[in-house]
Ligand binder design. Structure first.
Ligand SMILES: *[C@@H]1O[C@H](CO)[C@@H](O)[C@H](O)[C@H]1NC(C)=O
Ligand SMILES: *[C@@H]1O[C@H](CO)[C@@H](O)[C@H](O)[C@H]1NC(C)=O
Ligand SMILES: *[C@@H]1O[C@H](CO)[C@@H](O)[C@H](O)[C@H]1NC(C)=O
Ligand SMILES: *[C@@H]1O[C@H](CO)[C@@H](O)[C@H](O)[C@H]1NC(C)=O
Ligand SMILES: *[C@@H]1O[C@H](CO)[C@@H](O)[C@H](O)[C@H]1NC(C)=O
Ligand SMILES: *[C@@H]1O[C@H](CO)[C@@H](O)[C@H](O)[C@H]1NC(C)=O
Ligand SMILES: *[C@@H]1O[C@H](CO)[C@@H](O)[C@H](O)[C@H]1NC(C)=O
Ligand SMILES: *[C@@H]1O[C@H](CO)[C@@H](O)[C@H](O)[C@H]1NC(C)=O
Ligand SMILES: *[C@@H]1O[C@H](CO)[C@@H](O)[C@H](O)[C@H]1NC(C)=O
Ligand SMILES: *[C@@H]1O[C@H](CO)[C@@H](O)[C@H](O)[C@H]1NC(C)=O
Ligand SMILES: *[C@@H]1O[C@H](CO)[C@@H](O)[C@H](O)[C@H]1NC(C)=O
Ligand SMILES: *[C@@H]1O[C@H](CO)[C@@H](O)[C@H](O)[C@H]1NC(C)=O
Length: 810
């Protein structure tokens, strides 16, 4: 093995920063008082910062420390500095797993422009005099960007912050700050962006925004604010985005559009605003995105809404508004409208059929859970840009029009829980976006996500949570008759296909196995007959499947994920085989072999693993058990990162492994690692994670470590490695290992974690020498798919390509 050691992430960062300083501080050593402040800052932390704190007599140059940027005092025009030295202008240690307290010494870094400590684990309150200014130099605090978001800070906001006259960005989001928001905010005359969202602020919002003439963004959602929107805020000429969603604000919404000329996004959803939907809003000429969902309005949409020029996104879900007919008549005149969400209003009204209605740019239409009567109107067919339509939970009747199949961009159609009858239009099998394209919904802005979600009961799309939209056809709970068209098999991009509780008849077409991305297939409660086609075992991503309560007979397919479906997926039929059904008669000539010939090796491996060990138990359970038994503290499953730095490859052979706590493992070399894992012997495998197996390592001195060895194609692996290090260094949880060190050898990356308990991952029963490589790979992938957070789970495309790569390796 080429012993080419790289300090991956850390070195790359350090390298870039070092370069910057050379340019800026021309090798000037840092100012002694800055050094002292940083050393005190470091002492307030519980965890060391990599490369900081060389504490010996020859005073260290803090300008070379990780996350520090210096400028020379001469370039800063500091004529009073006795010597030209490097002055700290940036302290950027976001996502460095810092724990402990933020001490007030930071305030004496008097040339600091940027303090970015977001995404860490800083706790306790801000020190009373964090930015306590030396009396004599009261106007010299230079801080422009203060980012303390995503920490665990508590208590009030230190009043000192409000003396930072040059502050442009104050980010305190996602902490546990509490109490009233101080009127001191009004002293931050340079403020452009204020983010105090997701804290525990309460009381009224102080009326001090008149002086903040540069404020563009105000994010204050998810606090406990009460009262009204302060007058100075409602008159702010600079404000571009106002997001006070999810508070307890009330009264009428009283914005002065003659003043608010820059307002583009307004999110006041989930509050207690009352009165009529404000009719003056179109006078805010630049308004593009409006979310007023879940408030206590009354009445109709004002006639004036036809005058919106730029309006693109409008959500008025759950706002107690009436008269859908006039609502649509008015809103169709907003020519830029792309997203219209009107769920939970207009109870029991008719969906208007007026043929003159026309929404030419509409992409998202959600009018769910309104008990609407009538049928799907012809006018909708002219909205040729539709991507997502949700009309579920209404009382709509008639047939589903075939022109839905002509929507070029439609990838999400939910018409479930209505009273539609007739056949499923064959035309739906030709939806281009479900055959070949991957469409995703664009969010209006990063600060204004589409807050649509299913509510708890699945009753239509709503507002509140971020929710992604898997390509879906949901026609459940209607009175549809006729067959399931074999051509549905052409919809290779479809994820969810739900036809439950209709009166569909005929057989289940074996062609459905062509829906390669399918994750949910619900055909229960219909009149389907015939057998369950064996070809369905090829739907590798199917995780929810039901054919319960039909007229099916014959043998339930075995193998692949069919083992994982519960017995309830098959009840109410005349089926035989596993899943609590009677055993099949011997003579049953089901074409086992013919369907298997298409099954590829990977399924054979999955089948083997599952079948041998647990028989009827589910794959999921098996994997969870393995994970638990592996004591999977080492399993950090992560997402793909975009960056790929060339620099890492250019660093020559160096130290073998970089360790966090130097005193503990000072001289660990690659050889030691190889020895301690017996050359990464499979005997020492104790867990599996995304793209890497975890090995037990016994160091010469008797200590134990878990070492994760990431391996794979290098282009991806560098990103992987970086992601892993990032995830691990951010992760701090009793159930997660702590990163001790990492190293990167030519094609091998190692992560070292402390081993706490010994355990074995592989049950000798499933361990099969012949297919070991493939089995391990499949287990890795399975573990990745079990990641708790959906966002960390691999996408279908990734999975397909990973599984395919197993094939080619064998
Ligand atoms: C650095 O050394 C000084 C005395 O030389 C000592 O007071 C201080 O505590 C040391 N700092 C650390 C972090 O060890
Ligand atoms: C002090 O640190 C420098 C590098 O920062 C190192 O070269 C030197 O040997 C250290 N001195 C002592 C006494 O540890
Ligand atoms: C330098 O010091 C003098 C006197 O102490 C003071 O008047 C002046 O404002 C200082 N200049 C700067 C740039 O701090
Ligand atoms: C270091 O910075 C302080 C201000 O914080 C200044 O008074 C002092 O003169 C600087 N030291 C040198 C050596 O320039
Ligand atoms: C602070 O760090 C976070 C995380 O790295 C980054 O997203 C953000 O842009 C940084 N903020 C500033 C002002 O540099
Ligand atoms: C927030 O801080 C309060 C005390 O100020 C504490 O009672 C509460 O548990 C904290 N909440 C969280 C989620 O940490
Ligand atoms: C909010 O703060 C109060 C005390 O200020 C505390 O009792 C409460 O638990 C906090 N709420 C949350 C959700 O942290
Ligand atoms: C709304 O705010 C509360 C309190 O801050 C928070 O617990 C909850 O998660 C927020 N809900 C959403 C959907 O953001
Ligand atoms: C309006 O908002 C934009 C976007 O944030 C900002 O760049 C611009 O400076 C604002 N205009 C005024 C007059 O504040
Ligand atoms: C609304 O803003 C305009 C322009 O700034 C101002 O003249 C007017 O007095 C404001 N109206 C109210 C009610 O504050
Ligand atoms: C579906 O029907 C529409 C018109 O009714 C037609 O334009 C379109 O081509 C049809 N699509 C398919 C796939 O048959
Ligand atoms: C759709 O599927 C049918 C049979 O299931 C096939 O004959 C047809 O060629 C497919 N159409 C496309 C566009 O792939």
């Amino acid at each position: 093995m080429g012993v080419q050691a790289l300090w991956a992430v850390f070195l790359v960062l350090g390298f870039l920063m070092f370069q910057a300083q050379v340019l800026q501080s021309k090798n000037l050593a840092c100012n002694q008082s800055d050094l002292k402040a940083l050393q005190e800052f470091m002492r307030g932390l519980q965890s060391p910062i990599q490369g900081w704190g060389t504490n010996n007599s020859s005073s260290p140059d803090c300008c070379n420390w990780l996350g520090i940027t210096c400028y020379s005092s001469s370039s800063l025009g500091l004529v009073n500095d006795s010597v030209n030295s490097g002055r700290v202008t940036k302290l950027e240690l976001a996502r460095h797993r810092l724990t402990g307290k933020l001490v007030e010494s930071v305030g004496s870094l008097d040339q600091l422009r940027t303090l970015n400590l977001s995404h860490n684990f800083l706790k306790d309150s801000l020190p009373f005099s964090l930015f306590h200014l030396p009396k004599s130099r009261g106007d010299c605090i230079n801080l422009e960007h203060l980012c303390l978001g995503m920490n665990d800070l508590v208590g009030g906001v230190s009043e000192d912050i409000f003396q930072l006259k040059k502050l442009k960005l104050l980010d305190l989001q996602d902490n546990n700050f509490s109490g009233k928001l101080s009127t001191g905010i009004g002293k931050l005359l340079s403020l452009e962006r204020l983010d105090i969202s997701s804290n525990n602020f309460s009381g009224t919002i102080p009326d001090v925004f008149r002086s903040l003439s540069k404020l563009n963004f105000l994010l204050g959602h998810s606090n406990y604010f009460v009262g009204r929107i302060p007058i100075s805020l409602a008159n702010s000429p600079s404000l571009n985005l106002l997001n006070l969603r999810n508070n307890s604000l009330g009264g009428i919404i009283d914005l002065n559009c003659s003043s608010m000329t820059n307002l583009s996004s307004l999110d006041l959803a989930t509050n207690s605003f009352s009165g009529n939907v404000p009719s003056y809003l179109p006078a805010c000429k630049n308004l593009k995105n409006i979310n007023l969902a879940k408030n206590k309005f009354t009445g109709k949409i004002p006639e004036s809404f036809k005058d919106f020029q730029a309006l693109s996104y409008l959500s008025l879900s759950n706002c107690s508004i009436i008269n859908l007919s006039s609502t649509l008549r008015i809103l169709q005149q907003c020519k830029s409208l792309t997203t219209l969400v009107l769920t939970l209003n207009f109870q029991g009204e008719a969906l208007p059929a007026d043929p003159t209605l026309h929404f030419e740019n509409l992409k998202v239409l959600v009018i769910a859970n309104c008990r609407l009567t009538g049928s799907i109107p012809q006018w909708l067919s002219n909205s040729s840009k539709l991507q997502l339509v949700d009309l579920s939970w209404n009382n709509l009747r008639g047939t589903i029009p075939s022109w839905f199949g002509g929507f070029e961009y439609l990838f999400y159609l939910d018409l479930s829980n209505n009273s539609f009858s007739g056949e499923i239009p064959r035309n739906l099998t030709g939806l281009p976006s479900l055959i070949s394209r991957s469409i995703s919904i664009e969010e209006p802005s990063p600060y204004f996500p589409l807050f649509l979600s299913r509510n708890e009961r699945g009753r239509g799309l709503q507002y509140n949570q971020v929710w992604s939209f898997p390509p879906t056809l949901a026609l459940s709970d209607n009175f549809l008759t006729g067959p399931i068209w074999p051509e549905f098999g052409n919809l290779t991009k479809l994820h969810d296909f739900k036809l439950k509780s209709n009166c569909l008849s005929g057989t289940i077409p074996s062609e459905l196995s062509g829906m390669a991305s399918l994750e949910t297939l619900d055909l229960s409660h219909n009149n389907l007959s015939g057998v369950i086609p064996w070809s369905l075992v090829n739907l590798s991503f199917l995780s929810e499947f039901s054919v319960a309560y039909n007229q099916l007979h014959g043998k339930i397919p075995t193998g692949s994920q069919f083992m994982t479906f519960p017995n309830s997926s098959f009840v109410g039929n005349h089926l035989c085989g596993d899943h609590g059904t009677p055993p099949c008669p011997k003579s049953d000539g089901f074409p086992l072999e013919s369907s298997r010939k298409s099954g590829r090796n990977k399924y054979a491996i999955i089948r083997m693993a599952v079948g041998v060990v647990f028989g009827t138990a589910s794959l999921l359970v098996l994997m969870i058990m393995i994970v638990l038994r592996a004591h999977s503290r080492g399993l950090i499953l992560k997402r793909w990162m975009q960056t790929h730095d060339k620099e890492a490859d250019e660093l020559g052979p160096r130290l073998v492994v970089l360790l966090q706590s130097k005193e503990n493992y000072k001289d660990l070399s690659l050889e030691d690692l190889l020895k301690s894992t017996n050359n990464f012997d499979q005997e020492n495998i104790i867990g599996c994670g995304g793209f890497g197996l975890v090995y037990r390592a016994a160091l010469p001195d008797g200590r134990k470590l878990a070492i994760k060895r990431l391996s794979g194609d290098t282009g991806q692996m560098d990103r992987e490695f970086r992601a892993e290090v990032e995830a691990l260094s951010r992760a701090q949880h009793p159930n997660l290992v702590h990163l001790q060190g990492y190293g990167m050898f030519k094609n091998d990356k190692l992560l070292m974690k402390k081993e706490n308990r010994e355990s074995e991952v592989f049950d000798p029963i499933i361990y099969d020498k012949q297919n070991d490589k493939e089995l391990l790979r499949v287990l890795e992938i399975a573990c990745l798919c079990l990641s708790e957070h959906p966002k960390l789970r691999p996408s279908t495309e990734q999975l397909v390509s990973w599984l395919d790569s197993i094939d080619t390796n064998t």
